[in-house]
Write a protein that binds this ligand. Structure first.
Ligand SMILES: O=C(O)c1ccccc1NCC(=O)[C@H](O)[C@H](O)COP(=O)(O)O
Length: 226
């Protein structure tokens, strides 16, 4: 099971997390004053170049313009481009264009807000123009899709995993306490954490002790399910 952690803001912590077993290193690329932990393209590029070769660099963008997203990709050169804007702001047609322009350069991932049964059709439409989906929780108080620390209806997530036809990362309120159950019930390709691996009372600083606890919980669940 691959482990993705958001949102790193410095190279040292990111590299230590990889040494602990984190596979996907997530960071927010681009300063638009929209979400916490935003980095300049140069700062994001520094994380990418510092990572050991086994790590996957995942760049989250809140940009809503294809040319601006491509500008980020050229500057940061991530392995995966994570589109975290609401689905009405980056629609399937924009994703199609991005997917074509990124071919061979980076994989494209769309965050899908898992809200109700209708989310299954939304996920299917985006799966046709993406390489990876990230299933996440949408809350009106948070811009874009995710970083809420809240879970959603896992039965819908499970059906998306069964029908998407591409790798799916499970996110949304995952903690060391519930990640094993999520792995068992949803059977995703990877699991993700942001809030539960932040320092308590910070939405920006990562906590390596909490990251280790999350990684250990994933590995323990894998062992129990083997
Ligand atoms: O999605 C965002 O808006 C976001 C903003 C700032 C940092 C990270 C962000 N998302 C990254 C992710 O996809 C999260 O890891 C995912 O939403 C899970 O979040 P949580 O429920 O807080 O564990």
């Amino acid at each position: 099971m691959l482990i993705q952690i958001y949102a790193f803001t410095d190279t040292k912590t990111a590299v230590k997390a990889v040494e602990m077993g984190v596979n996907h290193v997530g960071f927010v690329a681009g300063k638009y004053d929209v979400v916490p932990a935003e980095l300049t393209f140069n700062e994001a590029r520094e994380i990418v170049t510092a990572l050991p070769p086994q790590a996957t660099a995942v760049a989250l963008t809140m940009a809503e313009d294809v040319d601006e997203i491509m500008r980020m990709v050229d500057a940061v050169q991530p392995n995966i481009v994570h589109i975290s804007s609401d689905v009405d702001l980056v629609n399937v047609e924009m994703m199609r264009e991005l997917h074509e322009r990124l071919a061979g350069q980076a994989r494209l991932m769309k965050a899908i807000p898992v809200e109700n049964e209708g989310s299954i059709a939304v996920a299917k439409a985006y799966a046709a123009v993406s390489d990876v989906l990230l299933l996440d929780t949408k809350h009106a108080d948070f811009p874009g899709v995710g970083a809420t620390g809240l879970t959603h209806d896992w039965s819908v997530s499970r059906r998306i995993v069964e029908t998407a036809g591409i790798p799916v990362i499970m996110a949304g309120g995952l903690t060391p306490q519930n990640v094993g159950a999520a792995m068992r019930e949803i059977k995703p390709w990877a699991v993700d954490s942001n809030t539960s691996t932040n320092r308590e009372s910070s939405n920006v600083e990562k906590d390596l002790t909490r990251i280790r606890a999350f990684v250990d919980a994933v590995h323990a669940a894998e062992k129990a399910q083997a």
